[in-house]
Design a protein around this ligand. Sequence first.
Ligand code: DWN
Ligand code: ZN
Length: 406
Amino acid sequence: MHNPCRICGGTVKGSIDLGRHPRGNAFPRPGDTADEFFYRLVVGMCDVCTMVQLLEDIPQEVRYHDEYPYHASGSAIHRRHFEEIAQGFLDTELTGPDPFAVEIGSNDGVMLARIARAGVRHLGVEPSRQVAEMSRAKGVRVLPEFFDEGTAERIRAEHGPADVMFGANVIAHISHLASVLRGAALLLARTGVFVFEEPYLGSVVEKTAFDILYDEHSFVFSVRAIQAAAERFGLELVDARPMEIHGGSMRYTLAPAGARPVSPRVGELLEKEAAQGLGEHATLEEFARRARTVRDDLTALVRDLHAQGKRIVGYGAPAKITTVTNYCGIGPDLIPFVCDSTPSKQGRLVAGTHIPVRAPEAFSADHPDYALLFAWNHAEEIMAKEREFAERGGRWILYVPDVHIV
Ligand code: DWN
Ligand code: ZN
């Protein structure tokens, strides 16, 4: 399978084919699964700019429905992470006479609320109604639209240039990324910065985290691909910092070309990526082979334990659960339910495999023999919270970077 690159028009060769999948964050209601949306989950790399991207595109309107269930405040660690980012901007970039901050995909306002409280002009751009309402309740000003070049023009005309543009786990979700980068170049003040953090290709490959691949992740960024994309639209990658969040992310800082010095971190990370072979098709083909091994090992383990009469339930229903359960063919016959702390997911089903999602009380009220941890990027927080489960002999099944029991 080959497609034209969404950034540069080069050829994208599909190296990773995970088969037919539903939308990661669909979480349909019971009885409402007759017309589930499916697509072919194939991921490849551009021959020219090395951007890793989905070959089949899912329309934004299909993905970001009004009841989009992901709430960035869903974990204490995430709340702290975004509040620290906001404080960082207030201490550095938003110190001018009349600063202005824009967040693309402001979700439930967890980052902008701190900036709003400081009385700094701001605007969240968030198309999903439900989370946009949660933002407004925190005093955050929201524009209920998708961000693109046209939105950037209107925001600049009404509010002037932005000193800070920010996006977390959203820029890699936007298939019209070229329009977003053109819009950023248009909206940014000459001294402004566009900061975004996204799941990092280097971490995904290193951890064989194939469950990070799903419809929302139009792209999986690398430093090299972002540097090339920035230059194409009059911007420059001036800094990049690895982050632990979401199982391994990277925070990119773009500025208008020539406006700021480039941090030595960029060169160091480019060298590390070259050593990891991130710009080569062979690396993705090797990743696909390892993903098949994880699938086969996890399916065999779950089936064996089930055959022995052991009770296994899922813990955490991140979007990632949809990829791993559909790729492995693990359904309610093997895992009767998965518990999750997000109220809007409880009572729903995992798309495709239809595993019921229940409140965490269903787990603590009747501990299983094994818990399959789908929210593996929250392992420390979750295992500490569920200490009693382990103390009573419960065991955790993990599959990143490989299948193992703790
Ligand atoms: O890119 C995206 C990533 C970064 O965030 C978006 N596409 C959507 C979302 O992905 P996700 O759903 O994989 O995010 P999380 O934060 O890894 O999801 C964790 C899930 O686990 C949530 O549904 C909440 C749940 N959870 C829980 O049940 N108990 C989380 C914690 C910490 C807990 O103690
Ligand atoms: Zn390209």
